[in-house]
Design a protein around this ligand. Sequence first.
Ligand code: SF4
Length: 405
Amino acid sequence: MGKTYKNIKKICGVENMSEHARLSASSSKKWLNCPLSVTLEGYFEDEESTYAKEGTIAHALGELKLKVDLGRITRSDYCFKKENLLKDLTKEEEKELENYTGDYVEFVTETYNKALINCEEAEILIEERLDYSKYAKEGFGTGDVVICDYDSIEIIDLKYGKGVKVDAFENSQLMLYGLGALEIYGDLFDIKTVKMTVFQPRLDNISTYEIATQDLLKWGKEVVFDKAEQAFDGIGDCNYGSHCDEGFCKAKPLCKAYTKHHTQVSKYKSMHPSLLTDEELVDIYDLALSYDKWIKSIKSYILQEMLNGKKLPGLKLVEGRSNKTFTNEEDIIKALKDNGYKKSDYIVEKIISITDAEKLLGKAKFEEILSPFIIKPPGAPTIAKIEDKRPEYNSPELDFKDIEV
Ligand code: SF4
């Protein structure tokens, strides 16, 4: 998908899609828990991942579909913009987008129709700017869908990712959108509740959270306001937590709080010399996994920085190991033949892999013809956390499962 955010904005002619605010709703979990993250992330370049681009295109397509259905753009305008939006995608990507955005539009339409039954003048806003700057300086975001039926507001947020299931419960991004929606409708109507729904079609996830208006406003004043001030002013704590990884904090590679968390294994350096207990051994195992994960990300960060031309004291880039390889198979065959070698000396006949066989036959035929010949040997023992869903490797239940009593 070779489109940038700005290109997509241009293609769609969508005025309300805007660049992120300093205190963006999508990064709010980070700045509410680690106010300093806003300043620290400012030292790093913005990089739009493939997943983010996919999401932007899905949102733009969903928006176009909703707008044409609601008669807010003409069909020819819709067709023109859609063609432009999808022109760089493969057929498969296009089909996937069509299906999932179709599900999204169906869900939004159903929700809006229900609101119309309750209140025939219910309103729907599509990709509307939601301003929550009363609680977080210069804060605004774009609500995918806001439906207002006079005494309640529903925010629907399309999540196109399929990596992590997003929960609407006390989701600060959606709650900030809720505060923004209250800025639009709060003075006009007696809004009693704000409902927030995550629609994540690729994971079949619809998650909803409803909060009384007064509780949402209280959260804005008592929880958001102070943290937002600190975050905006570049002061406040720098705290490690799940928000670092979940929020893809750009400061991770150089963040001391993140480093401190992942290097806790070093506490064993200063222990009194004796034998480790089982509990300490398990603790070291967990801490070593955390350290390992961190060191991998540090290595990849350093490599990327040096590839970008950065010089780091005591380090240089060199060529890694590589294996010899033939330049061209046809030339090799000819050279061997010319030198008197028989075909059977240098051509090895080999059966195709299971994956290639599946591709060749298709799933159904593969099952029909080859399934009797497929076995899955037991995997080598590996360490897992006790919560892991797989059965225990050497549990008495498994050891004796084939013995008849
Ligand atoms: S990595 Fe975590 S602790 Fe460090 S700045 Fe980012 S959010 Fe804060």
